[in-house]
Write a protein that binds this ligand. Structure first.
Ligand code: ATP
Ligand code: MG
Length: 570
């Protein structure tokens, strides 16, 4: 398309080019200005105090994604400055989850604790420069003196301690002479700053605790704010991307760099909005509570938004990456509809996984005019979305299971499934007609009797008879038993934190978030392995659970087939 000057406008190419988000704009500007020698280096900095969740996945996809896009690098750095809450189990799970998502930090796996020696030296430099002091007050006294943003704080009586005395005390803190909390090293910045983080923040505290990597080497530990920017600097990070709550920490991030480093290179902190999902809690503290108090079976419970939970539920790395891409990067907090995540996995699995027949709620059906000992192998298409997926055989015989819901004794007019005197097609098989029902003494239907028309076999081309409905089935003699776990949202409230007075998010737990049923599945599933995924025709997507064995098949329902999100957006 051209305008009158012959200039190309709105060419297809331009329309298809996704617009840049605000961080990409910053990066492109920095590249143009050859800032930091034109290097792009990001990092993902988890604290190993819990399992990663879908919010972290967004941050991972974004940080590693930027490195890929701009030919840069992305580090994995454990932010392990708090020895008390951190565990090796968490480190291992985080490494596994990021690998599973498909990202690679190559040889750049770091720990903030790798920098404890350097951070200690930097703390001494601040003391020597008169920019840090030891405070003997309790944490309560210190926070009381901080006052509020509109009221200037009060300076500590220890604020003007001589440098020599500060050095001596810091050395003795390091040597283990004092109890936890007896003293703290504070930066000397500005007690009347409108930014509370600048009111002489603590930078080193005493903690007689063993660290998962440094063992008992240290009994003083640097605070997060004193660690993060300097770790970025030591690793050559150019763009240190974090969530919005750190915006108010940024002046402090910059203050430390201003006072500690020289030269042209310098990392820059940029904040974006964290991912919030409807019907989901994401804070690690809350997830830990759900795990420890037994509301869920563990960190990888398929109802949790943890990466390991989503994986066990049947989510693929691609679906999570596509979701992250699609929700984009915002400057303001927002809540994403969890249905969008469900849409993303349906979209991915639809193209990839084989269809099978499974009956979740079995009702027996007998075909009266079908020979008693006959078994036929019917051709079934594995995946109509994928030509290469091929076909398989499924056994058909006289006695079948169908879905209870697919039969109604007294159906409304528009019911196109099975009912007395009505006909349906059995998937990949014949057209049958219901001629009778058998009831138990309470009047409950326990069997449906039908006849079939041998001329109507699918694909045989013999009869062009058509019926409105097709239902799925399995052969009683050949079907396998399987446990199926049907999951629903873990919370009934869109915003789980909105609870009644005196109650917390746990009062919003959905009592029906897990339903376990016994089902019948086609025999081709005999040798399934954990994490394999299938579409149960007409039912949804299912994933083999890690507890499944050949003797006891267990499937988790990932999502039902219906895509409520797509509908709502039509
Ligand atoms: P939580 O608040 O869930 O306990 P956290 O922020 O304490 O998480 P960290 O281990 O410190 O967890 O996070 C590692 C990185 O992941 C940080 O850069 C953080 O900003 C980012 N992150 C954490 N939660 C989200 C989220 N919901 N959306 C996007 N990024 C997130
Ligand atoms: Mg954090």
């Amino acid at each position: 398309m051209s305008n009158s000057q012959g200039k190309k406008v709105n060419s297809k190419e331009n329309l298809n080019k996704p617009s840049l988000n605000f961080i990409e704009n910053i990066i492109e500007e920095d590249l143009k200005n050859h800032k930091n020698e034109g290097r792009i280096h990001t990092r993902f900095p988890p604290e190993p105090n819990g399992y990663l969740h879908i919010g972290h996945a967004k941050s991972i996809c974004f940080n590693f994604g930027l490195a890929e896009k701009y030919n840069g690098m992305c580090n994995l750095r454990f932010d392990d400055t708090n020895p008390v809450k951190e565990e090796v189990e968490y480190v291992d799970s985080i490494i596994e989850d990021i690998k599973w998502l498909g990202f690679d930090w190559e040889d750049r796996l770091f720990y903030a604790s790798d920098y404890f020696d350097q951070l200690y030296k930097w703390a001494i430099k601040l003391i020597k420069d008169g920019k840090a002091y030891i405070d003997d007050q309790t944490s309560e006294q210190i926070s009381e003196q901080r006052k509020t943003p509109t009221k200037p704080g009060i300076e500590s009586p220890f604020r003007n301690r001589p440098v020599e005395e500060n050095l001596d005390l810091f050395e003795r803190m390091h040597a283990g002479e004092f109890e936890d909390g007896a003293k703290v090293l504070r930066a000397k910045i500005d007690m009347s700053s409108p930014n509370m983080h600048m009111r002489d923040p603590a930078i080193y505290r005493i903690k007689h605790a063993s660290h998962h990597r440094t063992g008992n080497k240290w009994c003083i530990y640097p605070m997060y704010d004193f660690t993060h920017g300097q770790s970025d600097y030591l690793e050559g990070i150019t763009h240190s991307i974090c969530t919005l709550e750190f915006e108010v920490h940024r002046p402090l991030y910059d203050w430390f760099l201003d006072n500690l480093i020289e030269g042209k290179y310098r990392p820059r902190q940029i904040e974006f909005a964290r991912l919030n999902l409807s019907y989901t809690v994401m804070s690690k503290r809350k997830l830990l509570e759900l795990v420890e108090e037994g509301y869920v079976s563990g960190w990888d419970d398929p109802r949790l938004p943890t990466i390991s939970g989503l994986r066990r539920r049947g989510y693929t790395p691609e679906s999570i990456r596509n979701f992250s891409e699609r929700i984009g990067v915002a400057k303001r907090d927002n809540v994403i509809d969890v249905a969008l995540l469900e849409h993303s996995i349906r979209n991915d699995l639809n193209k990839k996984v084989n269809r099978i027949l499974a009956v979740l709620n079995p009702l027996k059906l007998v075909i009266l005019n079908y020979p008693e000992n006959k078994t036929e192998e019917l051709d079934a298409i594995n995946n109509p979305e994928d030509e290469n997926a091929g076909k398989r055989k499924i056994p058909f015989s006289r006695v079948l299971y169908i879905e209870k819901d697919d039969f109604m004794e007294d159906p409304p007019r528009k019911f196109f499934r099975l009912a007395p005197e009505r006909e349906v097609r059995l998937r990949y098989g014949y057209i049958i007609k219901c001629v009778d029902v058998v009831k138990d003494k309470n009047g409950k239907i326990i069997e449906v009797h039908c006849t079939y028309d041998p001329e109507t076999k699918s694909g045989s081309g013999k009869s062009d008879k058509k019926v409105k409905g097709t239902i799925h089935w399995v052969s009683v003699e050949h079907a396998l038993d399987a446990e199926v776990r049907l999951y629903d949202r873990l919370f009934v409230n869109e915003n789980p934190d909105k609870a009644e007075e005196g109650k917390d998010f746990k009062s919003n737990i959905n009592p029906e978030s897990l339903k376990i049923i016994n089902c019948k599945v086609e025999p081709s599933l005999k040798d399934v392995k954990p994490e394999e995924k299938y579409q149960f025709e007409r039912q949804g997507y299912f994933c083999v659970d890690k507890e499944s064995t050949p003797d006891k098949l267990i499937f988790n329902r990932t999502v039902p087939l219906r895509d409520s999100w797509a509908k709502r957006n039509k």
